[in-house]
Ligand binder design. Structure first.
Ligand SMILES: Cc1cc2nc3c(=O)[nH]c(=O)nc-3n(C[C@H](O)[C@H](O)[C@H](O)COP(=O)(O)OP(=O)(O)OC[C@H]3O[C@@H](n4cnc5c(N)ncnc54)[C@H](O)[C@@H]3O)c2cc1C
Ligand code: FES
Length: 269
């Protein structure tokens, strides 16, 4: 079991993905190694760059993309004030990091495993594909709106089979939903494992089909978080009666502490 810790890390580099020019929205942020003895794919970290200054006291949650002996990688999309400030980081700047936090995806070496990623939901699967002892048992379906080059897909292609579906018009969404159902059905029949990360409507689709076809599935929830360590109750979700402690706390769980990864039949989305 790993104990979360806080460290002040140095920015090694910030690499833009996707289109080049001033309007970049996707970045890989490489930080110095935090010295964690262990981390598991699906876990996350709270980041607070020093350049947040006094205006932004709260750290932001990000999946652990990957960690090597030399560095820790966060992959992010600019969506608001905090991530905009992160896009201005320079080598040598510092970032306060709390981690590794929360629960992780199941790794079952010999079980056929289907990864379902929607948009930035691809991030925790980079580490997953690298840490899995038998990556040939994994395949991924990746639904995304932006060009594939905006996402860390190359490092996944090196390890596992990735089918990518880009959503450009409304018919593409129907295709994606159809394919998600087909793949979940296929994995349910072979008693495989289905792991999903992405926006809420994407997770709801996976949850519905997993229930319909009896697939074993885990979902990673991305509720808004303030403290990230279970202290503020800012990230609660409802559980079903299948959650082991459902009777406690009116069936509510803190996603930062009990999640972000849950078995699909144990949470209400
Ligand atoms: C466990 C976890 C892992 C995450 N991993 C990643 C990751 O690997 N890469 C990445 O780019 N993002 C990730 N996110 C989302 C990321 O935390 C938010 O995008 C970020 O906090 C936004 O900060 P901001 O100050 O730029 O935006 P704000 O100014 O706070 O908000 C701007 C917009 O972003 C939306 N937003 C804020 N937080 C979230 C959230 N948690 N989920 C969806 N929308 C949100 C707001 O509703 C608003 O529309 C993760 C979130 C969680 C909870
Ligand atoms: S973010 Fe504070 S309790 Fe989860």
């Amino acid at each position: 079991m790993n104990t979360p810790s806080a460290s002040l890390l140095t920015v090694l580099d910030l690499v833009p993905f996707g289109q080049t020019g001033p309007e970049n929205f996707f970045f890989a942020l490489r930080l110095s190694n935090p010295g964690w003895t262990e981390w598991r794919p699906g876990q996350f970290m709270m980041l607070r760059p020093t350049n947040f200054g006094l205006e932004m006291p709260w750290a932001r949650p990000f999946s652990i993309c990957h960690m090597t002996k030399r560095h820790l990688i966060c992959f992010f999309q600019v969506v608001g004030k905090g991530t905009k400030r992160m896009a201005q980081l320079k080598p040598g700047d510092t970032v306060r990091v709390w981690g590794p936090l929360g629960s992780a995806f199941a790794i079952e070496a010999d079980t056929p495993t289907l990864l379902l990623a929607g948009g930035m939901g691809i991030v925790p699967f980079v580490g997953y594909a690298h840490r899995h002892p038998k990556p040939w048992n994994i395949s991924m379906l990746f639904g995304h709106r932006q060009p594939a080059g905006c996402y860390p897909i190359d490092s996944l292609n090196e390890r596992i089979t990735v089918d990518s579906l880009r959503e450009l018009e409304s018919g593409d969404l129907d295709d994606l939903i159809f394919t998600i159902e087909e793949r979940i059905k296929e994995y349910a029949e072979q008693k495989g494992l289905v792991l999903a990360c992405g926006p809420l409507p994407f997770l709801k689709t996976v949850q519905t089909f997993a229930a319909q076809h009896g697939a074993r599935a885990q979902l990673s929830l991305e509720n808004r978080m303030a403290c990230g360590v279970g202290a503020c109750l800012g990230c609660v979700s409802k559980t079903t009666e299948k959650w082991p402690d459902h009777e406690e706390n009116a069936g509510l769980v803190r996603v930062c502490k009990h999640g972000p990864v849950f078995w699909s039949d144990q949470v209400v989305l």
